[in-house]
Design a protein around this ligand. Structure first.
Ligand code: ADP
Length: 709
């Protein structure tokens, strides 16, 4: 992802950099073009200026062409040359003075055949002029050779560049002198427009006339030393000189071959640089504007694409929502504040067996049959559009199909968030629960069947249990009867024997009395047996009262005091508890303790003295635990789980009925406790009796009472 991103970024940067490069190249090209065109324009203008300047120079020179000839035709001039004399010299000089003034020349003079001045227009102030010889001057030699002289020269003595026009003067074919017109180039300087700076260079490369005095007498090459030549697109070259202001000037020159002069003009080329800069800036500006336009178009295209995508996504989402609504397994209906249906999805139409055209704008009530719970629904529909409208969730109702049939449904009504045309809208959800109802009924039927089966089975089991109990009772009764028969048979047989003996001994009262004592003993034994049987039949008392456990123990131990002494049994009992109350009745509690103590003593009967019976009373949370241990024979492992069964005994016939522990367990259960037996490591037996505290039993009773009430 990041790689793709950086690649795209690189490509974008590359595009913009290429664009920037192109813009710079375009700007440079445009700048070059602009400068070239400006220079070409300046060149054209310069050429015009040059042509006009040349015209001006030539017309200026031509305007004096007639003057030498005019002088040669003057009689006085001829006379002076033929007959030189001072008066005539002055006269001619005055004439020359006037003519020069009229013609606007710098000077007019007449030379004799030897090149010496004989008359001079400026004879008044330059007398020394007559001293000079013009013999070797080219304008003189031209005239002497019979030619019209047109010569330019800079007189070394005057340092004034001047143009000389000369014409020969003949006397009958004899050369007698020359008329010379001197035109100072200062005159030309005044005539030419100084708007465009110019200079005239002589054939020796020195500037002799210029619009700017600084250039005068300067070698042209020296002035052009820092110039540079540029080749223009039209194939010509222009020379650019640095100007004093820091800019550049364009210098154009043309040669006047006949005069041997070079006319140069100078134009400010700053426009070229300005245009160059402007073109560059304009092109760059144009490129930036173009780039901005591109960006704008791109952004617009991007925005349009995003808008299209968003519209597409919205359309997809709406389509999906429509699909969900149409394919939902739940009927969806929207209703307005008046309870009229505004929309039903396909499932709702199917549930009620309607077409959309029939259902729309109809009240929702028409789809519901009055049934149990319809009041709640009616109220909810009545509150539509009101402030206190509370949503109705999962109300069971009965739907009315188009064909008049009914079906159970679950209906919910909630307010929708948005409003339509200023009206609140409500979404009604309808779930057809026909199937669920069918299943519920089936489940209920199944439950009822199951309950009936369970009841039958329970009855059967109870019957079986009763039968079993009955059988057990009969078996126990049988065992008891045989034991009682067995126990009573022996004393009865003995008694019958003693009664027979008594009959025979009626005459011997002494012996009779002993036999009757025996009978009495046997009757007593039989009474013990029946008393035990009586206890077995004893029923649990209705009321429970607080009984002191310690007192019961003391009472039971007191009953055995004689036997303890006789059989050397040492009792070990040191209780250390404050509250010793248990719930029960003292007689039965004592009976339990008596049975256990008796069994302990019985077990130790055949062991060696001293014998020890230890009693240990522990008080736990809500319980007492009494551990009664002896040092007797202990209990066989196989007999441990049979001890508490009625009529289990290991004692000899006549010594025990096997009912003692059975009675003990029965009483202990009645008192809410339990009892178990184990062998001690020393080999004796230990009976552990657990009884609840009186408080505990009371608390439980109070709890039960509360629960009942
Ligand atoms: P009985 O004493 O008439 O036999 P019990 O129900 O009191 O009837 O006792 C059942 C049997 O449990 C006894 O025969 C004896 O074998 C055994 N038994 C009871 N207590 C002890 C004891 N402390 N030590 C050893 N055996 C015992």
């Amino acid at each position: 992802m990041q790689r793709a991103f950086s690649k795209r970024t690189r490509r974008r940067w590359g595009f913009w950099l290429a664009g920037l490069g192109l813009a710079v190249a375009l700007a440079l090209l445009a700048a070059d073009r602009a400068r070239d065109w400006t220079l070409q324009y300046l060149q054209r203008t310069g050429t015009q200026v040059l042509l006009s300047r040349i015209g001006e120079i030539r017309s200026w020179l031509d305007s004096y062409d007639y003057l030498p000839f005019l002088l040669t035709q003057n009689r006085d001039v001829r006379a002076l040359l033929l007959y030189p004399n001072q008066d005539m010299g002055v006269r001619v000089s005055r004439y020359l003075e006037q003519t020069s003034l009229v013609a606007g020349s710098s000077g007019l003079f007449i030379l004799d055949g030897n090149g010496r001045a004989v008359a001079y227009s400026r004879w008044r102030d330059q007398q020394d002029f007559y001293l000079r010889s013009h013999r070797d001057r080219n304008y003189f030699t031209d005239a002497r050779e019979g030619q019209q002289g047109r010569r330019f020269r800079i007189d070394s003595d005057q340092l004034q560049p001047a143009f000389y026009l000369s014409a020969p003067i003949y006397d009958e074919r004899r050369f007698i002198g020359a008329a010379v017109v001197r035109l100072s180039l200062a005159l030309l300087q005044e005539r030419l427009d100084p708007g465009v700076p110019w200079m005239l260079t002589s054939s020796d490369g020195r500037v002799f006339a210029a619009s700017q005095s600084g250039w005068l007498q300067q070698p042209f090459a020296e002035l052009a030393k820092e110039s540079r030549d540029i080749r223009l697109d039209n194939g010509t070259r222009v020379s650019l000189w640095p100007s004093r202001t820091g800019g550049e000037t364009m210098v154009q020159s043309v040669q006047l071959d006949d005069l041997g002069w070079t006319l140069s003009i100078q134009q400010d080329a700053g426009a070229a640089r300005r245009n160059q800069r402007s073109a560059m800036l304009l092109t760059l500006g144009g490129c930036i504007a173009f780039a901005l336009l591109l960006l704008f178009l791109r952004e617009r295209a991007l925005k349009q694409r995003l808008q299209r995508q968003a519209q597409q996504a919205l359309a997809n989402s709406e389509q999906q929502q429509r699909d969900i609504i149409d394919t939902a397994q739940v009927g969806l209906i929207t209703v307005d504040e008046q309870g009229r249906m505004r929309f039903l999805n396909g499932t709702a139409l199917q549930q009620f067996g309607l077409s959309a055209s029939l259902a729309l704008a109809q009240p929702l009530r028409r789809l519901l049959a009055p049934s149990a719970g319809f009041g709640v629904l009616e109220r909810a529909l009545g509150r539509l559009g009101q402030r206190g409208f509370a949503p109705l969730i999962g109300q069971e109702a009965v739907g009315l199909r188009g064909d008049g049939s009914e079906f159970p449904l679950l209906i919910s009504i909630r307010a929708m968030k948005g409003a339509h045309a200023g009206q609140a809208r409500y979404l009604v959800t309808v779930i057809d629960i026909s199937r669920r109802k069918r299943l519920e009924r089936a489940l209920q039927d199944a439950n009822e069947t199951l309950e009936a089966k369970v009841e039958d089975r329970t009855r059967e089991l109870q019957g079986m249990q009763q039968e079993l109990l009955q059988a057990e009772k009969l078996a126990a009764l049988g065992r008891m009867a045989s034991a009682v028969v067995h126990e009573l048979n022996q004393p009865l047989t003995a008694m019958r024997t003693y009664v027979a003996i008594c009959r025979k001994m009626l005459q011997q009262p002494q012996l009779l009395s002993e036999s009757l004592d025996e009978v009495d003993g046997l009757v007593g034994r039989m009474a013990v047996i029946t008393s035990q049987l009586k206890t077995f039949a004893y029923r649990k008392p209705e009321r429970v009262e607080a009984v002191s456990l310690l007192h019961a123990i003391d009472q039971a131990l007191a009953l055995f005091r004689g036997r303890f002494v006789e059989e050397q049994v040492q009792v070990d009992f040191k209780p250390d508890i404050a509250d010793d109350r248990v719930a029960g009745d003292s007689a039965r509690l004592e009976q339990v303790l008596v049975n256990l103590i008796k069994n302990g003593c019985d077990a130790m009967q055949h062991t060696e003295a001293p014998r020890r019976l230890s009693l240990q009373l522990l008080a736990e949370d809500g319980w007492f635990e009494l551990r009664l241990a002896d040092q007797g024979t202990g209990i066989d492992e196989g007999a441990l789980d049979k001890l508490f069964e009625p009529f289990f005994t290991t004692k000899q016939i006549g010594s025990g009925l096997g009912l003692g522990l059975s009675i003990v367990r029965s009483i202990v259960r009645d008192l809410g406790g339990n009892i178990r037996a184990e062998n001690t490591p020393e080999g004796g037996a230990c009976f552990i009796l657990r009884l609840p505290r009186y408080e505990q039993v009371k608390k439980a009773e109070r709890g039960e009472g509360k629960a009942d009430s």
